[in-house]
Design a protein around this ligand. Structure first.
Ligand SMILES: Nc1nc2c(c(=O)[nH]1)N(C=O)[C@@H](CNc1ccc(C(=O)N[C@@H](CCC(=O)O)C(=O)O)cc1)CN2
Ligand SMILES: Nc1ncnc2c1ncn2[C@@H]1O[C@H](COP(=O)(O)OP(=O)(O)OP(=O)(O)O)[C@@H](O)[C@H]1O
Length: 183
């Protein structure tokens, strides 16, 4: 969470100045919970501008968060407006992400990632993969770049526990600027 992670403000600012589209996480409770699927899930919603970003208010964890009343008026990374659960299987032009910047509690040198135990990122990535397989997003999987403080990286012989739903990242960007790439 913000007190224990690399601050992403400059990445966001730089992305806007570079003319990129920027999406941020939006956590919500699914309206129709189903067994075996997390009840609280994450979508990625578009920020309209740098001013839009700067106007976000921090939530209880200090994370700048999209106001609820603006959700229906924002593009989702799956190309539809508002929350993705309201538009299952809807094909949209210009959908998808090139890059996903991922936080985490800990990382290992085999690109394993330990999240906050909510499955937000892992389940989002599974949904993205399903959208991609169905041809609902034109891009493939985003490049997964984890941001890690040096203290969050385990030593050579240690691994974070990885289960069947956990995704390995493509690159580990360390607090001292070192970048490790999986390929
Ligand atoms: N900067 C940043 N943004 C991020 C994350 C992060 O780690 N860093 N997240 C990384 O995951 C997500 C937010 N993570 C969260 C992790 C835990 C709880 C939490 O404890 N929530 C409540 C109730 C949640 C619910 O509705 O179920 C709780 O459990 O008491 C909330 C958000 C998305 N955005
Ligand atoms: N693809 C999925 N399908 C169903 N449940 C999932 C999926 N991905 C994760 N979950 C569930 O979410 C819960 C939390 O998973 P896990 O402990 O791996 O989260 P994490 O990687 O620490 O968190 P995050 O992904 O938010 O960073 C687990 O109960 C897990 O089974």
């Amino acid at each position: 969470m913000p007190a224990n992670e690399i601050v992403t403000t400059q990445i966001l600012e730089h992305s806007f100045l570079d003319g990129k589209k920027v999406f941020v996480p939006c956590i919500y409770k699914r309206s129709k919970p189903e067994p075996g699927i997390p009840t609280s899930i994450m979508d990625m919603l578009e920020l309209k501008s740098l001013d839009d970003f700067r106007a976000l208010k921090p939530d209880n964890w200090g994370i700048p968060t999209i106001p609820k009343d603006s959700i229906p008026h924002r593009k989702n990374c799956f190309g539809v407006s508002g929350l993705s659960e309201e538009h299952p299987d809807e094909k949209a032009d210009d959908a998808g992400l090139d890059l996903l910047v991922m936080p985490g509690m800990g990382f290992d040198l085999s690109f394993g990632r330990l999240g906050h135990g909510k499955g937000y990122y892992d389940y989002f990535l599974q949904r993205y993969a399903e959208h991609s397989q169905k041809g609902l997003v034109s891009k493939g999987m985003p490049f997964l770049a984890a941001l890690s403080l040096n203290e969050q990286i385990l030593g050579q012989d240690e691994q974070v526990p990885m289960g069947p739903t956990d995704w390995r990242v493509d690159a580990l960007i360390q607090g001292d600027g070192t970048v490790l790439r999986a390929d």
